[in-house]
Design a protein around this ligand. Structure first.
Ligand code: SF4
Length: 264
C-alpha cells in the first residue's frame, strides 16, 4: 500500500467517524461548508482547527454575543452540534465513540467542570457516569443537598483521550472555545473545578490543585472553587476531607446551608 492509499483510508475513516457523530447528534443534513471541516482534518504538516460551518457559527455568535438567544438550551444545542462534528484533534476524533458535551440545567447557577470523558462517558455520551460520576453525585447530593439536575456538568475535553491519558496542551487549546462558549451561555454564578486539568485550564495557570484549593477564584464574573477530581478521591479516600472543606467553602459562597452528613 502506497502513501496515497494510506491517506485516502485515513480520510475515509475520519469522514465515516464524523458522519456517525453527526447522526448521533441528530444532524440529518449537511451544510455545503461542512466540506471545509473534512478538508481541514486531512493530514497537514501542522494540524490546526476545523472551522465550524459559517451558518452555524453565525447563528451561535448571534445567540451568545448579542443576547438574542431564544433560550440557553438552544444556544447550547448549537454548540453541541459543532462539537459533534469536530475533528480538530485527529487522534481523539478517530478513537472516540461519540463526543461528550455536557449535562444538566442550562440555567444552572453552579457548574462542575471536569477533565475529559472516560470509557463509561465515551460509551454513554454523558460526563461523570462511571465510578467517578457516582462520587460526584454523592458530593452534589450528600455534600451539598442538591440534585444532579440542579447543576450543569461539563469537561475541558469533549472527546475521550485514549487510555484515559491526560489531555495534551494542544487538545486542551483546541477544545477551549467549546467550554468557553458553554460557560458563556450558561453564565453560572459559581464554578467548581474538579482536579488539576480543569482548574489549570479554566484559570489559565500552572499552579497545582493543592495550592489552588481553599480559596475563591474568579472566571469572567463567576466565583470559582477548586477541589480534587472524584477519580483522585477514589484512589485517595483520605483526601475526601479536603473536598468536604472545599464544598463547605462553596456552599458558604452560594449562601446555602451545610447539610447534615450521615455517612462520616
Ligand atoms: S477534544 Fe474537543 S477540540 Fe478535540 S476533537 Fe474533540 S471536540 Fe474537537
Amino acid at each position: 500500500m502506497d502513501e496515497t492509499d494510506t491517506s485516502i483510508d485515513r480520510i475515509k475513516r475520519i469522514v465515516v467517524q464524523r458522519l456517525e457523530s453527526l447522526g448521533r447528534a441528530g444532524v440529518t443534513q449537511l451544510p455545503r461548508r461542512a466540506a471545509t471541516a473534512i478538508e481541514a482534518s486531512s493530514p497537514q504538516p501542522k494540524p490546526t482547527t476545523a472551522e465550524p460551518t459559517r451558518a452555524v457559527k453565525q447563528e451561535s455568535t448571534d445567540d451568545m454575543k448579542t443576547g438574542r438567544s431564544k433560550d440557553k438550551a438552544t444556544g447550547l444545542a448549537v454548540v453541541q452540534k459543532e462539537v459533534a462534528a469536530c475533528t480538530r484533534c485527529e487522534e481523539l476524533a478517530c478513537s472516540r465513540t461519540q463526543t461528550v458535551f455536557g449535562v444538566g440545567d442550562p440555567k444552572a447557577k453552579l457548574c462542575f467542570f471536569g477533565e475529559a470523558p472516560g470509557a463509561d462517558e465515551d460509551r454513554l455520551g454523558e460526563p461523570f457516569v462511571g465510578r467517578a460520576g457516582k462520587m460526584l453525585n454523592d458530593i452534589i447530593q450528600k455534600g451539598m443537598g442538591l440534585e444532579r439536575s440542579d447543576v450543569y456538568i461539563l469537561n475541558v475535553l469533549k472527546c475521550r483521550p485514549p487510555g484515559n491519558r491526560n489531555p495534551s496542551p494542544e487538545e486542551s487549546a483546541n477544545c477551549r472555545e467549546f467550554f468557553e462558549r458553554q460557560l458563556e451561555i450558561i453564565n453560572p454564578k459559581f464554578i467548581c473545578c474538579l482536579g488539576t486539568v480543569a482548574a489549570q485550564n479554566l484559570l489559565e495557570t500552572n499552579i497545582a490543585v493543592g495550592k489552588l484549593r481553599g480559596k475563591v477564584h474568579e472566571y469572567r464574573g463567576a466565583k470559582v472553587v477548586v477541589t480534587y477530581h472524584p477519580s483522585y478521591l477514589l484512589r485517595n479516600p483520605s483526601a475526601k476531607k479536603f473536598t468536604w472543606d472545599d464544598i463547605q467553602l462553596l456552599l458558604g459562597e452560594m449562601g446555602l446551608p451545610v447539610p447534615e452528613r450521615t455517612d462520616r
